[in-house]
Design a protein around this ligand. Structure first.
Ligand code: SF4
Length: 363
C-alpha cells in the first residue's frame, strides 16, 4: 500500500489495525509531509518494532524516477516518472527568483481530450494518477528545493525559495477527468497538519469540463481556476479542442460565471496562440466581447513546438497586436513568460519523449 494514498483519517485507521493510537498516525503524517521522510528508518521517534511493521505494510511512494533534466540557467527542472503499470508522467519545477517556485503537476498519464496543439493529447489516456502519486510529485520537488536551494541560489547569483510556493495542475492530463483523486490530493496538500500549502496558491487548469467547474465552485477550499479557451467561437474551438463538441462555449461560460459568482475569484482564460489560426485581430475582438464584464484575466501563450504537428507559433508582432486588442477592451491580458522550451517542459509539450541530446543539460 502506498502510504501517500492515505489521508490522516485513513492512516489513523490503518495504524489502529496495528494497535497504535491516533497520535502515532499524526506523528507519521508529520514525518511524511513536514519532514519529508522517505524512509521509515528516519522516523527515529518511533520504536524499531513499529518501524519494521510500517515498512512491511506500506511503501513510501510508488513512482520510479526515470530521468531529470534541467535548463542551462538551472531554474527549470523536469522529472520523468514511471508509474506502476509502466505508464510515464512528467512534472516540472519553475523557479522565479527571488521568492517564487511553482511546480506543474500531472494528474493523468496521457490525456483523452485530444487538443490538437498538445503533445500529451497525442498519447491518449493511459491511466489516472492516484492522489498519492500526485503527492509524490510535489514532495520530490519540495525535498529538492530544501536540499539544493542554496546551491541553486549560489549558481543563480541571488536568492531563490527553498520550498514550493505555488502549484499548478497543468501537467499531463485533465484534472477534472480524475476529480476525486485530484481533490483528495488538494485537501492533503492543504492540510495544516501535513504539507500546508494554501489553497490560493494552487491553480487547476481545465479544458472546460463544466461539471468539474461547478463542483470546484462548491468546494470549501478556494483553489484558483484557469480555463483553456483557445478560440472565441464554437467552430474554431471544436477544430482545436474536440471537447467543445460536448460542452460548447455557451455551456462553458455559464459554468465559469457560476464559479465567479459563487467564489468571487477571478478566473484565468488561457489562450494558446497559433500562427494564422486563432491569432487574428478579428478573433481578438471576438474574444474580448466574449469575456467582457466577467471577473477574469486573459493569459496568452505563444504555442510551444510539438513534434509531428503542422502548427506554428504566432509571430511576436501578432502576439502583441492580439494582446493590444484585448487590452483596449478593458480586459486584463498578459503574455505568459516561456519556461523550459529547450527541455520540452513548457505548456503543451509534456509527452514523456525520449531524452533529446542537445541542447539539453541532462542529469
Ligand atoms: S491541453 Fe490539457 S486537456 Fe488538452 S490534450 Fe493537452 S493535457 Fe489534455
Amino acid at each position: 500500500m502506498n502510504i501517500y494514498d492515505l489521508d490522516l483519517q485513513g492512516l489513523t485507521a490503518q495504524l489502529a489495525e496495528l494497535g497504535q493510537p491516533a497520535f502515532r498516525a499524526r506523528q507519521i503524517y508529520a514525518h511524511l509531509y513536514k519532514k519529508l521522510a522517505n524512509d521509515f528508518a528516519a522516523m527515529t521517534d518511533l520504536s524499531a518494532a513499529l518501524r519494521e511493521q510500517l515498512a512491511a505494510k506500506f511503501q513510501i511512494g510508488g513512482l520510479e524516477l526515470v530521468r531529470e533534466q534541467t535548463t542551462d540557467d538551472g531554474l527549470t527542472r523536469k522529472v520523468l516518472w514511471r508509474c506502476p503499470g509502466n505508464a510515464v508522467i512528467e512534472t516540472v519545477l519553475m523557479i522565479y527568483p527571488p521568492d517564487r517556485a511553482t511546480i506543474c503537476v500531472s494528474t493523468q498519464a496521457g490525456c483523452a481530450m485530444g487538443c490538437v496543439f498538445c503533445a500529451t493529447g497525442k498519447l491518449g489516456l493511459l491511466r489516472n494518477i492516484s492522489s498519492g502519486e500526485i503527492m509524490e510529485q510535489v514532495l520530490h520537488f519540495e525535498r529538492y528545493l530544501r536540499t539544493e536551494g542554496a546551491a541553486i541560489a549560489k549558481r543563480h547569483g541571488g536568492p531563490v525559495p527553498d520550498h514550493i510556493t505555488n502549484l499548478v495542475f497543468m501537467g499531463m492530463g485533465e484534472p477534472f477527468a480524475n476529480y476525486d483523486r485530484w481533490w483528495a490530493a488538494v485537501e492533503r496538500l492543504n492540510d495544516k497538519q501535513g504539507f500546508n500549502l494554501g489553497a490560493r496558491n494552487m491553480t487547476v487548469s481545465t479544458v472546460g469540463l463544466v461539471k468539474g467547474i461547478r463542483q470546484l465552485a462548491d468546494e470549501a477550499l478556494q483553489v484558483n481556476l484557469a480555463v483553456s479557451l483557445h478560440a472565441p467561437n464554437d467552430q474554431l474551438r471544436s477544430e482545436l479542442m474536440p471537447v467543445n463538441d460536448r460542452f460548447d462555449i455557451s455551456d462553458l461560460m455559464d459554468a465559469v460565471r457560476y464559479y465567479t459568482d459563487k467564489t468571487h475569484r477571478r478566473v484565468s482564460f488561457e489562450y494558446v496562440l497559433l500562427d494564422d489560426k486563432n491569432d487574428t485581430p478579428e478573433l481578438a475582438a471576438q474574444l474580448a466581447s466574449l469575456v467582457k464584464g466577467m471577473l477574469c484575466h486573459v493569459n496568452l501563450i505563444p504555442w510551444n513546438p510539438v513534434p509531428g504537428t503542422p502548427l506554428t507559433r504566432s509571430h511576436r508582432e501578432r502576439v502583441t497586436a492580439f494582446q493590444r486588442v484585448v487590452q483596449a477592451a478593458g480586459i486584463s491580458c498578459t503574455v505568459r513568460v516561456e519556461r523550459g522550451v529547450e527541455i520540452a517542459a513548457a505548456c503543451g509539450q509534456l509527452a514523456a519523449l525520449p531524452a533529446p541530446t542537445s541542447p539539453m543539460n541532462l542529469y
